[in-house]
Design a protein around this ligand. Structure first.
Ligand code: HMH
Length: 224
């Protein structure tokens, strides 16, 4: 069995919670409170700044030119395509993108992005890929599922978000990452595989927490 097939089985309970979450459901039916979405987009912008750095670390850890080139393109598309979606939403909210960039990360954003950076900096290329895959894979699945809802991708406010994550290009990025992880783990001993599975499941759990944090607009509980 490919490693990704094993992961696909393991992640099911968490993905079911993602898809059922009122934040995700609300994007799909267009009823999500725009203030919650604004909170999410700001936190996601901060998250993506760190996520893009993981691709730079991927360039550092890659062992062949083809993989280096792919990570370089992922870095470029995150900064200049995916994040331009956030900059467009910033405009819709009537704020300058600098306001997004200078916002403070929530505890969940900090925990998630710093966990990934820690794994990416201290681990192997396989550790890094295991950490970054849930992000691409789960958004691609959510995007495709929401795109099935009639009219959802034409919704005047949430349509563009659904179009971005249900796109073929985004799906191809996730598929590339899945294939790379399968290649890197082929023939590896169970002890190594189990460690990678734990990393993958940790960031999968963080993905769920990110939806929940956004729905609750959760900053530090000690702030007034
Ligand atoms: C938190 C999070 N996970 C995944 C993606 C997809 O890139 C994103 N933009 N944000």
């Amino acid at each position: 069995m490919k490693f990704s097939e094993r992961l696909y089985k393991e992640l099911q309970p968490i993905w079911r919670k993602n898809h059922a979450h009122p934040f995700v459901q609300g994007i799909g039916d267009g009823t999500l409170d725009q203030e919650k979405f604004r909170f999410f987009m700001i936190q996601d912008y901060l998250y993506l700044i760190d996520y893009a750095k993981l691709f730079a670390l991927g360039v550092m850890k890659a062992e062949d030119l083809e993989t280096m080139g792919k990570f370089a393109r992922l870095l470029d598309s995150t900064l200049n395509e995916e994040m331009s979606l956030h900059r467009q939403y910033a405009k819709k909210f009537g704020v300058n993108e600098d306001e997004f960039e200078q916002a403070k990360p929530s505890p969940t954003t900090l925990a998630y992005s710093h966990y990934m950076l820690h794994v990416g900096q201290n681990g192997t290329l396989a550790d890094l890929v295991a950490a970054i895959l849930p992000c691409m894979w789960s958004y691609s699945e959510i995007g495709k599922e929401l795109n099935q809802i009639p009219g959802a991708s034409e919704h005047e406010f949430y349509g563009e978000w659904i179009q971005m994550y249900s796109s073929k290009e985004f799906e191809e990025l996730a598929d590339w990452c899945i294939d790379l992880l399968d290649q890197l783990t082929e023939g590896k001993p169970e002890s190594e595989i189990a460690k990678l599975e734990e990393i993958f499941l940790n960031t999968t759990r963080f993905e769920y927490m990110f939806w929940d944090m956004s729905f609750n607009q959760a900053m530090w509980p000690t702030d007034e």
